[in-house]
Write a protein that binds this ligand. Structure first.
Ligand SMILES: [Zn+2]
Length: 140
């Protein structure tokens, strides 16, 4: 069995205080073979993620972790984008300076409303339909 975790945040994301080296140590302890860090990043000034990412620090953290854990853990550098389909050109411009192993597209908001608020008062079918319509826009 080859265990992977392709959705993980550290203090390079606005919503985590985890230190990459400690995450790697824990992953090795738990028998994870490969981990991809998917730090939040947004080019939308209205998003809470906006302005937090320091690519220089992130890349340095990745390089340090790769050299320290190379025999025990396969480490990938990813990024998680909030609604990338809404600001494609801005994302392309911001991200073409960095070579990522993996880009995770996420829907955290629908029509500028937080997903949990959007889903709160809707029937299951309507809620899922709205969500998947947004996912379809993201991937097409
Ligand atoms: Zn995430």
């Amino acid at each position: 069995m080859y265990w992977i975790d392709y959705h993980h945040h550290t203090n390079n994301s606005f919503d985590s205080k985890a230190v990459m080296d400690e995450v790697c140590a824990k992953a090795v302890e738990k028998g994870i073979d490969e981990i991809c860090f998917t730090e939040h990043f947004s080019v939308n000034p209205k998003a809470p993620t906006y302005g937090h990412m320091d690519f220089k620090k992130y890349i340095s953290d990745i390089q340090h972790a790769k050299s320290k854990w190379q025999d025990k853990l396969n480490i990938k550098m990813g990024i998680e984008l909030c609604e990338p389909h809404l600001m494609k050109d801005e994302y392309k411009e911001a991200l073409n300076v960095v070579e990522f192993d993996f880009i995770l597209g996420s829907i955290h908001n629908i029509k500028e409303e937080k997903l949990r608020h959007y889903l709160f008062d809707k029937e299951n079918h309507t809620a899922y339909l709205g969500y998947f319509e947004e996912v379809l826009k993201l991937i097409t």
